[in-house]
Design a protein around this ligand. Structure first.
Ligand SMILES: Nc1nc2c(c(=O)[nH]1)N[C@H]1C(S)=C(S)[C@@H](COP(=O)(O)O)O[C@H]1N2
Ligand SMILES: [Mo]
Length: 158
């Protein structure tokens, strides 16, 4: 009987941990042996963000003009001490299993590849809430959105 209370406390703590982990999105950046986790709060409050107009072309639907807010990916990686000097390829993994590889060259192009977290002034919603987020890669010079990875989970620098 005495053991019941500690057991209940442990279970409650576990439930809370699972609950908060689910509600605290993040991105994993992996380069070689090193992986680091970037919390959503850090991304949302990153100083050097940009709001830019864009057009979403979904298959079978009319193009929609939107305004995205995000961080230039090359700059963001630099702020996390990721050195792209010898990198050839950056692979993006999404939570639904979608995966796209982009040449580092393209990521380094000025104002092209963005880590987006807001659309029309609202945070991108996760897949389970019918959104395209919480994070999405937007390649501004690619007018077709096949490579605009939704539900971004991991950035793999190769
Ligand atoms: N995670 C993830 N991202 C994705 C896809 C996907 O299936 N999963 N489909 C791609 C394709 S083929 C297109 S056309 C667009 C669709 O974007 P939309 O949902 O805004 O229409 O997302 C791209 N990014
Ligand atoms: Mo597509």
């Amino acid at each position: 009987m005495k053991k019941t209370i500690p057991v209940i406390i442990v279970i409650l703590v576990l439930i809370l941990v699972i609950f908060f982990n689910q509600n605290d999105p993040n991105i994993i950046i992996t380069q070689g042996e090193n992986s680091q986790e970037i919390k959503a709060e850090y991304i949302y409050s990153y100083e050097d963000s940009l709001t830019f107009p864009s057009v979403i072309r979904s298959s079978g639907e009319k193009p929609v003009s939107v305004e995205f807010k995000g961080i230039e990916l090359a700059e963001f990686l630099k702020s996390q001490n990721i050195d792209l000097t010898n990198s050839k390829m950056i692979t993006f993994n999404a939570s639904d299993g979608y995966r796209i590889a982009v040449k580092t060259e393209e990521v380094l192009e000025h104002k092209n590849v963005y880590l987006v977290y807001e659309m029309d002034g609202e945070k991108l919603k996760p897949k389970k809430n019918g959104g395209t987020g919480p994070f999405r890669i937007v390649i501004r010079r690619d007018p077709f959105s096949q490579r605009w990875i939704k539900h971004l989970e991991e950035i793999l620098v190769e």
